[in-house]
Design a protein around this ligand. Structure first.
Ligand code: HEC
Length: 192
């Protein structure tokens, strides 16, 4: 009888203990409150049919951060490779299990267009990139490069009426000029 009584008191105390723990927990501040990452990344598009797009997270990085692609497993490496064209969600997680996400689209480029895009990115800034519009031309978007194909060839390959990149910058090499010509002849689309 006494034993039974003790057991009842014991379980009552245990319940009170559980209740107080619970109460304490829910009054703790959320460790993720105010945690947000302005996720930064570098990506390369998938070329042709080879599903070789890449994403490399450049912020946040560090030992305590892990990364997830869509619903895959979290990994320590901030790099993802062999990506097909499409929309992806990258989740970053810190040591307190706080997360943030970034939506990233991997585009599909034709092989000839990919080379032209590289030339434009490498040689046509600062005059036509990052918002610059010399001669009324800005090449920040793929659509603007595709729409500007004839003038790109005229100015950077045929030097008509004068050379681009503008003097005193060096002209493109014969190899790079050929890349533009090949793209134009193939149909000057993003998929060429
Ligand atoms: C150092 C600055 C500079 C660089 C680099 C440069 N441009 Fe230009 N671009 C200009 C200026 C200034 C104009 C306007 C004067 C003119 O048309 O000559 C212009 C005009 C243009 C135009 C519009 C005029 C037209 O003839 O249709 C095109 C197209 C063009 N550039 C293409 C290119 C390409 C392609 C590259 C890279 C391969 C390039 N530019 C690199 C300065 C530059």
């Amino acid at each position: 009888m006494l034993l039974k009584y003790k057991a009842t008191i014991g379980s009552l105390l245990f319940l009170v203990f559980l209740w107080s723990c619970n109460k304490k927990d829910s009054s703790l501040p959320d460790p993720c409150l105010g945690v947000s990452y302005d996720v930064q990344y570098f990506k390369t598009e998938a070329i042709s049919t080879s599903n070789n797009g890449t994403i490399a997270i450049t912020f946040p990085v560090g030992d305590t951060i892990s990364y997830q692609l869509n619903n895959g497993a979290f990994q320590a490496s901030p790099s993802f490779t062999n990506l097909a064209p499409g929309n992806y969600v990258i989740t970053v997680k810190n040591q307190k299990n706080c997360t943030d996400t970034a939506q990233i689209t991997i585009l599909n480029y034709g092989p000839k267009y990919a080379l032209v895009k590289q030339i434009i990115t490498g040689y046509c800034g600062p005059c036509h990139l990052n918002g610059a519009t010399n001669g009324g031309k800005n090449f920040d978007t793929d659509a603007s490069i595709v729409a500007g194909w004839d003038r790109i060839k005229a100015r950077a390959v045929d030097n008509n009426p004068t050379q681009m990149p503008q003097l005193p910058n060096a002209p493109l090499t014969a190899v790079d000029k050929q890349k533009i010509t090949d793209w134009v002849n193939a149909g000057h689309r993003q998929s060429d």
